[in-house]
Design a protein around this ligand. Structure first.
Ligand SMILES: [Zn+2]
Ligand SMILES: [Zn+2]
Length: 237
């Protein structure tokens, strides 16, 4: 399969998404723009470089929401530098970090940040743990989180466990973008991707035998074809 070329940019009216990169085990980084609002999705390593290339400093400082699908390093590796950078740049407006319930990586990165900088942080950080699939909104964007199936190996390299993991569907002015995060084929994703204007689907499995971690290219394509447009991301390089 041909290498996906990043960045990928998609837009409809004043709703757009830019995937700076999505490489399994290395990094993900996504910027969602709805009108004048900017959201970050899965801030992996390199997110600061990409945001700085993309946004004016004033817009970067106004980023209001971060959406984390799960705690694997290729999705949260940039959180520490993002929080610190915003402090150094004297961000004033609050930042909300949405993450799946039980995602210890986010809780501990945030705790460490608060411990290190204590009462020397220029902006408020609100951690918003997401439990079930209840929709909510931020800056006129409706967000529907949904559970997905994503596992990781334990230290014996044989047994696995489910990690707290979500996909998100974002709706703005009736335009729908569905991002599944890392997931095996699952009915919740099938349902949310259907009829979306854009579905962003991982095809992180490197062979044709499905497992409970990632989708194969053909599984991801089947789901993608039920949306109006789709991109396959997180394809191993
Ligand atoms: Zn990943
Ligand atoms: Zn993962």
């Amino acid at each position: 399969m041909k290498k996906t070329k990043y960045p990928i940019k998609w837009e409809k009216e004043n709703f757009s998404i830019k995937i700076f990169c999505s490489i399994p085990n290395i990094a993900t980084g996504i910027l969602l723009k709805a009108g004048n609002s900017n959201f970050i999705i899965d801030p992996g390593d390199g997110i600061l470089r990409d945001l700085n290339n993309e946004l004016k400093k004033a817009d970067l400082l106004e980023i209001s929401d971060v959406f984390v699908t799960h705690g694997h390093h290729d999705h949260v590796g940039g959180v520490w530098s993002l929080l610190t950078y915003l402090r150094v740049m004297d961000k004033k407006s609050p930042l909300v970090i949405h993450y799946p319930k039980g995602c210890l990586e986010i809780v501990h990165i945030h705790n460490a940040f608060q411990t290190v900088y204590f009462n020397n942080i220029s902006y408020k950080i609100h951690l918003k743990e997401i439990d079930a699939g209840k929709p909510f909104s931020s800056k006129k964007v409706l967000i529907k989180p949904f559970p997905v199936i994503h596992k990781e190996y334990l230290s014996d390299h044989k047994s696995t466990r489910q990690v707290p993991a979500l996909g998100y569907k974002f709706t703005f002015n009736n335009i729908k973008i569905c991002y599944g995060g890392d997931t095996a084929y699952c009915e919740d994703l099938v349902k949310q991707a259907r009829n979306s204007d854009l579905a962003i689907l991982e095809a992180g499995h490197d062979d044709d035998t499905p497992d409970e971690m990632h989708m194969t290219i053909s599984e991801a394509k089947t789901i993608g074809e039920s949306a109006k447009e789709y991109y396959l991301v997180h394809v191993p390089e």
